[in-house]
Design a protein around this ligand. Structure first.
Ligand code: GRF
Length: 192
């Protein structure tokens, strides 16, 4: 068994996909960490029976918050962190202090369209292929080493809503596969 923590700030559709996938394995989601009070992902965690760790950055030094997060991760012996719409940048201090891999998903084909408008900028581009990126987190904004990219060809007359749905469908298919396979590697003693 390997232990996962998911960090999220918003809707939580990727968290739900991860939770359903992990349930079918020997692995466990130790907790969902959320930095936004009242975020829908907290309701999803309650429905799925995953413990939630609410955390607030308001009025706190970033490193003080990150120290608390590391304490939670250590106490629950978390092996791997998956970011799923977590809207805070993690510092080099955190990435050094937590010894396991930290993975993120982004709704564009990086290095194109990093940042928070990945879908809108992909939609507005003339690119023939759109897609998603799953990567290791480093201290930059969506700059870490790529683990997997999946794409689909643009269709004529597609609306923003269509493109959004296709991107999320790819995310929900591939993020759980990558995370479960990394948990399997941790479990078998291989470096993920
Ligand atoms: C996803 O599009 C993900 O790629 C990005 O944030 C969004 C989170 O969506 N990092 P959700 O909260 O999982 O529905």
């Amino acid at each position: 068994m390997a232990r996962l923590a998911v960090f999220a700030s918003g809707r939580g559709s990727n968290f739900v996909a991860l939770a359903h996938a992990v349930k079918k394995t020997p692995h466990v989601i130790e907790f969902l960490l959320c930095d936004v009070a009242g975020a829908p992902v907290l309701d999803r965690a309650r429905e799925l029976g995953v413990p939630a760790v609410p955390i607030s950055y308001a009025g706190e030094k970033r490193q003080a918050v990150e120290k608390k997060i590391v304490r939670h991760l250590e106490r629950r012996r978390v092996d791997l962190v998956a970011l799923a719409g977590f809207m805070k940048l993690l510092t080099p201090w955190f990435l050094d202090a937590f010894k396991g891999p930290v993975i993120n998903i982004h709704p564009s084909l990086l290095p194109r369209y990093p940042g928070i408008h990945g879908i809108e900028e992909s939609f507005a581009s003339g690119d023939a292929e759109l897609g998603i990126t799953i990567m290791r987190v480093d201290a930059g904004l969506d700059t870490g080493p790529v683990i997997l990219q999946k794409s689909f060809p643009r269709e004529d007359g597609e609306t923003m809503g269509h493109v959004e749905d296709r991107i999320h469908a790819l995310e929900h298919e591939w993020y759980p596969k990558v995370i479960v396979s990394m948990l399997d590697s941790v479990d078998s003693g291989a470096a993920p």
